[in-house]
Design a protein around this ligand. Structure first.
Ligand code: A2R
Length: 313
């Protein structure tokens, strides 16, 4: 039986990845969380791990001997990367380097999956959409720059040391349980606060014209497991829906499901210092390698995210 190690499992994606593996893969799972995080999962061994401490990564890998390593641990918010660039660089670059270096010291070759981001492409030209993996990277924010760097390090460790590394560029993923610093979760939470009369009936938004490629997180983790099994070492794969929609269109969908009349106002604090007009994935490489297809519509994800906040607030 293959042994999968999920690093950074206490975040948004980790639980969904565990769920999918438990249902569909015959792999045992060990997951890591930060020492201060509360995270438990039936039939999963959970260990504390801070990727800033390379020795603890080495010790954990020697103890566990995983076949597959999903590297999810990150400072994953673009907004926070503007506010705390140092932390974002430390965790996303130095932390990933610590992991790669720890794996290099092993006496066997596990497969490592580095999760990057569609944000790495940055300032995409009109004729470059949908974006293919070999497109020039022009990161437009600090988070994106750190993920582009992680991808380059992965490629270098593959070439220089023959390590088995598959790299992902994940486009926006959404769903129930996502922190409200991300746009869809933020809008859904605000709508439910208004429904429950916890605030005035005004929904605050940032730039509504930016177009992004949104997928349900459950479709995304399915793609990760497919690529873990059949992705080619040293290669990067886009994971997304292949279809960009504007934040304004997302907002309209959310408002359609709302139970109250809501006014929309632009909040200048929500406008990012640099916002890229369109990011849309070309997913041909993912599809031809794995046969992956989107299964959950944007509508369904939004409905479920609203229901999540209705149950939670
Ligand atoms: O920042 P926290 O306290 O929420 O903890 C996050 C954790 N993390 C770390 N783990 C180990 N060592 C560190 N030094 C460290 N710093 C942060 O990684 C959190 O529990 C987890 C990442 O989860 P999220 O931020 O919720 O990311 P998500 O949405 O699960 O995305 C997974 C991956 C990330 O690499 C994203 O950049 C990419 O997919 O899109």
């Amino acid at each position: 039986m293959k042994k999968a190690l999920i690093i950074g499992a206490a975040g948004f994606v980790g639980g969904y990845l565990i769920d999918y593996i438990q249902k569909k893969c015959v792999w045992s799972i060990i997951a890591t969380k930060m020492p201060y995080e509360d995270f438990e999962y039936p039939e999963v061994k959970i260990c504390n791990l801070d990727i800033m401490d390379k020795d603890s990564i080495v010790n954990l890998l020697r103890e566990i001997h995983p076949d597959y390593i999903f590297h999810l641990a990150a400072q994953s918010s673009v907004a926070l990367s503007w506010k705390n660039p140092g932390l974002t660089v430390d965790v996303n670059i130095k932390g990933s380097l610590n992991l790669l270096d720890a794996v290099r010291e092993l006496d066997y070759v596990p497969r490592v999956m580095l999760i990057g981001s569609g944000e790495e492409y940055g300032f995409v030209l009109r004729d470059e959409v949908p974006i293919r993996e070999e497109n020039v990277l022009r990161p437009g924010n600090i988070y994106a720059a750190t993920k582009a760097c992680q991808n380059m390090l992965g490629k270098i460790y593959f070439q220089a040391y023959g390590m088995d590394i598959v790299m992902i560029r994940a486009f926006n993923h959404i769903g129930p349980n996502q922190a409200p610093i991300f746009v869809v979760s933020d809008f859904c939470k605000q709508v439910v606060e208004i429904e429950k009369e916890l605030r005035e009936p005004v929904l605050y938004v940032g730039n509504l014209s930016a177009r992004r490629d949104f997928s349900d997180v459950r479709d995304v983790v399915r793609a990760y497991t497919f690529l873990m099994e059949s992705g080619v070492a040293g290669q990067t794969y886009n994971v997304g829906s292949g279809e960009a929609v504007s934040i304004g269109e997302i907002l309209q969908l959310i408002l359609e499901f709302s139970l109250k009349q809501i006014n929309v106002e632009v909040d200048s604090n929500r406008i990012r210092p640099v916002d890229i007009p369109i990011i849309e994935a070309d997913i041909e490489k993912l599809v031809s390698c794995t046969g992956w297809k989107r299964e959950i519509t944007l509508r369904d994800t939004i409905k479920e995210t609203l229901d999540y906040w209705r149950a939670r607030l």
